[in-house]
Design a protein. Structure first.
Length: 495
């Protein structure tokens, strides 16, 4: 059986894993573009051993490519994602997709969120569990379980620096004081290696935004490359333009004008990538489909008193705040100030003398990023011309500002008695969360994805392009679990 998986991000990894779990004799083929990259000379070397010049050169490269001179932008040792022309939506031309830059937050959807989805919590739960086993999730059971039901954690929780530990203890003891918002706090759940005996174990160096030199963070590109080295998959580095039905199965047309044949095709190219493929495959030229983002806002918390000093003052996305109001859920991640923040804005040769002063802020401040669900967030229309030009335009923006302000004001009330307060005036709207859903979630233009992911016989949608809603929590875990669900059933039913 010839199986083609289009894409190389988290959904593609989960699709491959499902095939190998069901029938290791099948060797699927991954089709995905791959921009060539040069390894950074210090990739694999602890940042503490980098010369000052290496920091400055890397930061200059990132600033030039991102246009941001103040807030550090995530990269992979200088390799950057890019924006879709005229929009804040981002894309990756690298193998691994956007998962090369982040795919770390691992929260499921709650039973209540799945009421109108094509699968139930009980149906997806075994696949959440399996993804947790093969990827590894750091975390623990805590207050967040009241909403999510299960942490699915398989590794120890991420390290909490003193200021984070202090906030966790204070906030977990308070009773909710706002009538409309109920807060809960827990340790972040991450696709992160935290087992100290493992060679990839996170050392809390605080330079995650450059790319993890130890490969502690899950990266689908690394896992797929390992599958290829073990000859369990084949990889074709080219862009799939469309899929077309034939008498014997499906033809996948590539950007290099070649065509490859398959019995089954699994679309795992992401909401935007898969939607583009479907627009072209079904000749839906100049027809609009819609993509939902969700809004996120940067805010800050400061303690009235500094926590005790500690050599490891940073930990990636340490804490998570859940915010429930009526039937809506919002989520915020909290982290300490990373050392790289100072490196990014001030040359290393100068800022190393400022480190003692910076430590004072590190031991008093937590940065938060609040995500609002996509029901009232940014929306984009997509269309494809007959010449193959993909047009994306924003049709709704900043609709979540009001909800974000309400949540932060409610947080102010709940902070009373904790010795923490919110930094007034700090609420920065980020242009995109990179959490994209939709395109073909509701049978647009007669293209209907069934509950089991089937679009046509032998053609399956395995990513968020068929998701009917955009929750506030990261999508990676659900994207992977659903891809595994769809592929597992397809392989079991192939005869």
């Amino acid at each position: 059986m010839q199986i083609i998986i289009i894409g190389s991000g988290p959904a593609a990894f989960a699709a491959v894993q499902a095939i190998l779990d069901q029938d290791p004799s099948i060797t699927p083929t991954i089709v995905a573009p791959s921009t060539s990259t040069e390894a950074h000379p210090f990739e694999g070397t602890p940042p503490s051993m980098w010369p000052d010049k290496a920091y400055d050169e890397l930061n200059t490269m990132i600033k030039k490519k991102s246009g941001s001179s103040f807030m550090p932008v995530r990269s992979h040792f200088g390799n950057m994602f890019t924006s879709w022309k005229g929009t804040p939506l981002i894309k990756s031309d690298y193998f691994g997709g956007l998962g090369k830059f982040w795919s770390c937050g691992m929260f499921p959807l709650s039973p209540s969120e799945l009421i109108k989805w094509p699968f139930t919590y009980e149906e997806i739960k075994p696949f959440y569990k399996r993804i947790g086993e093969v990827v590894g999730i750091s975390g623990k059971d805590d207050q967040l379980n009241d909403y999510f039901g299960d942490s699915f954690a398989t590794r120890p929780p991420v390290y909490k620096p003193p200021i984070a530990q202090k906030f966790y203890e204070k906030f977990s003891q308070i009773k909710n004081k706002h009538p409309d918002f109920r807060f809960s706090i827990g340790v972040n759940r991450l696709a992160l290696e935290t087992r100290v005996e493992n060679e990839k174990s996170c050392i809390n160096c605080g330079y995650c935004m450059y790319g993890c030199f130890k490969k502690s963070l899950f990266n689908p590109a690394d896992s797929l490359k390992e599958f290829e080295e073990d000859k369990r998959i084949k990889i074709i580095n080219d862009k799939a333009l469309g899929v077309f039905k034939t008498i014997n199965g499906w033809d996948v047309k590539l950007a290099n004008n070649q065509t490859i044949q398959a019995d089954k095709v699994f679309l795992c190219a992401g909401a935007i990538g898969t939607s583009e493929i479907l627009l072209r495959s079904f000749s839906l030229f100049n027809k609009e489909v819609f993509i939902d983002d969700n809004e996120n806002y940067l805010f800050g918390l400061i303690s009235n008193k500094a926590a005790k000093k500690n050599p490891s003052s940073f930990s990636f996305g340490t804490l998570t705040l859940g915010v429930l109001s009526k039937d809506k859920y919002a989520q915020a991640s909290l982290t300490t100030l990373p050392d790289m923040f100072l490196d990014y804005i001030i040359p290393r040769r100068i800022n190393k003398y400022l480190q003692p002063f910076f430590k004072i802020f590190q031991n008093r401040i937590l940065l938060g990023r609040l995500h609002i669900d996509g029901l009232s967030a940014s929306k984009y229309s997509m269309s494809l011309t007959k010449e193959g030009v993909l047009n994306i335009k924003q049709v709704r923006t900043k609709a979540s500002d009001t909800q974000a302000k309400k949540i932060l004001k409610a947080l102010d009330i709940n902070l009373k008695g904790t010795n923490f307060r919110r930094i007034k005036g700090l609420m920065i709207h980020a242009p995109s969360s990179a959490h994209y859903v939709g395109g073909f979630a509701n049978g647009e233009h007669g293209v209907c994805v069934k509950a089991d992911g089937v679009l046509k016989e032998g053609l399956y949608v395995c990513d968020s392009s068929a998701f009917p809603a955009n929750p506030s929590q990261p999508l990676t875990f659900t994207i992977m679990a659903n891809a595994m669900r769809v592929v597992t059933k397809a392989i079991k039913d192939r005869n």
